[in-house]
Design a protein around this ligand. Structure first.
Ligand SMILES: Cc1cc2nc3c(=O)[nH]c(=O)nc-3n(C[C@H](O)[C@H](O)[C@H](O)COP(=O)(O)OP(=O)(O)OC[C@H]3O[C@@H](n4cnc5c(N)ncnc54)[C@H](O)[C@@H]3O)c2cc1C
Length: 388
């Protein structure tokens, strides 16, 4: 088999450490995820035990400080581990479910006290607890400053009332980092509270059915007179909005990396299918139109990958790059939507069938121009940072 430049090309930032991490993530995912990928996606769930297994392999702690049970490293390590898990595990839903702590924990790591980090971060990185981030509400998604879920101080507790929706891992999370309104209207009145499973007044009101990412659960959460101890406030009261925005910048880069991984998987599947499938007396790879489709797919993939690399390196250098992160997310989601669509086309009727991987990737990819900030909101950020 000939070598594809994309399939063998590591990110430019990669060191021997990243190579070893790739190997670990690949071995783990081939053994623990791939054999069950289709069944778990169809079942809309994967076993809870997988969190502990991933933690034992050192994968849940990637990019988290060693002081709190993390494996060290930075976003470049997280990108590499996530890419290999998607490529070798072949279940995007499982990977995003397993990775929901990637958005739930960073505000706690950034702003939490040592005691909060030991209570909330360590058990999640050990795979003992599951965490989720709850910002979106039925009436406020892109417009985070309009969230209504209220937290009113009552002695040593906050009393929380409201609801959240579209929350990844929300159905089985043991702790949820929740954006609440503790102050007046707008972005200045928002705080972050950790709400633990079992707290009276906190419940999962609905498990939501969705287009893709089937193996991960997505929930609607309800808070009714839910009493949360003040010790669970993360950072200063009314300072949550900035923490949410900082979280978004990293999440967007990470989502862009997932798009690259999904597209890479769809591309590999398509090359292999085009070699094996015959029509009109030759493999369909023998038709120039198919070869050109693949050439377009891999070219766009390489371009998006380069942007992810650029953005990651700047991020690690400590540069604030919200505009570049937004560009990277849009470039990667556009590329991924194109690649999975072409992959289905190359697979013909098979590409429309449930047991064929590219059919699932096509559905999984639809989330990326929506989640973590929509394509339109990314363009707003780009326009703002470009100064027009
Ligand atoms: C599978 C899935 C998992 C998710 N996981 C989580 C999670 O774990 N935690 C969490 O908090 N949220 C989560 N979300 C929510 C996600 O972040 C939101 O769906 C997203 O931010 C968009 O918000 P919205 O759905 O309310 O759309 P809206 O904000 O209502 O937007 C609707 C449309 O209007 C457009 N629009 C809005 N404002 C503007 C504007 N100013 N200019 C131009 N166009 C605009 C949008 O781009 C979009 O096309 C998840 C969503 C999904 C689907």
């Amino acid at each position: 088999m000939r070598c594809s430049i994309i399939v063998v090309m590591p990110y430019l930032f990669e060191t021997d450490e990243h190579t070893q991490l790739r190997e670990t993530a690949r071995r783990f995912s081939q053994k623990h995820i791939a054999p069950h990928a289709h069944a778990w996606e169809e079942a809309n769930e994967f076993p809870r035990e997988l969190y502990r297994e991933a933690a034992e392999a050192g994968l849940l702690g990637v990019s988290y400080p060693e002081d709190y049970g993390g494996a060290g490293g930075d976003i470049t390590h997280a990108l590499v581990a996530s890419e290999e898990m998607v490529l070798a595990g072949r279940s995007v839903g499982t990977c995003v479910g397993l990775g929901s702590h990637g958005i739930a924990l960073p505000p706690i790591v950034r702003l939490g006290s040592d005691e909060q980090k030991a209570r909330f971060v360590t058990p999640v990185l050990r795979g003992e607890k599951i965490s989720a981030l709850a910002i979106t509400e039925p009436w406020a998604g892109s417009d985070v400053a309009r969230i209504r879920t209220k937290a009113v101080r009552d002695g040593s507790h906050y009393v929380v009332d409201g609801s959240k929706t579209f929350i990844t891992s929300g159905c089985r999370a043991d702790l949820v980092t929740v954006a609440v309104r503790t102050g007046g209207e707008g972005h200045g009145g928002i705080s972050l509270l950790v709400v633990e499973r079992g707290t009276e007044g906190f419940s999962v009101s609905k498990k939501l059915a969705k287009t893709g990412w089937w193996a991960s659960d997505t929930a609607e959460l309800s808070f009714e007179g839910c009493r949360v101890p003040v010790e669970n406030l993360i950072g200063e009261e009314n300072s949550g909005f900035l923490a949410i925005m900082l979280n978004f910048a990293t999440e967007r880069l990470f989502l862009a990396g997932q798009c690259v991984a999904i597209a890479e998987l769809a591309y590999r599947e398509s090359v292999s299918y085009a070699r094996d499938r015959h029509a009109f007396g030759r493999s369909i790879m023998g038709h120039q139109v198919i070869r050109h489709k693949l050439a377009d797919m891999v070219t766009k993939l390489a371009a998006a990958r380069a942007l992810v690399s650029e953005c990651a390196v700047r991020h690690v250098r400590g540069e604030q790059v919200p505009g570049l992160a937004a560009m990277t997310k849009n470039a990667a989601t556009d590329m991924c939507s194109f690649v999975v669509d072409q992959a289905v086309q190359i697979h013909g009727g098979s590409g429309y069938m449930r047991e064929v991987l590219v059919e699932r990737l096509y559905r999984d990819a639809r989330l990326y121009p929506i989640g973590g900030g929509t394509r339109e909101i990314m363009n707003e950020i780009i326009a703002k940072t470009e100064g027009y």
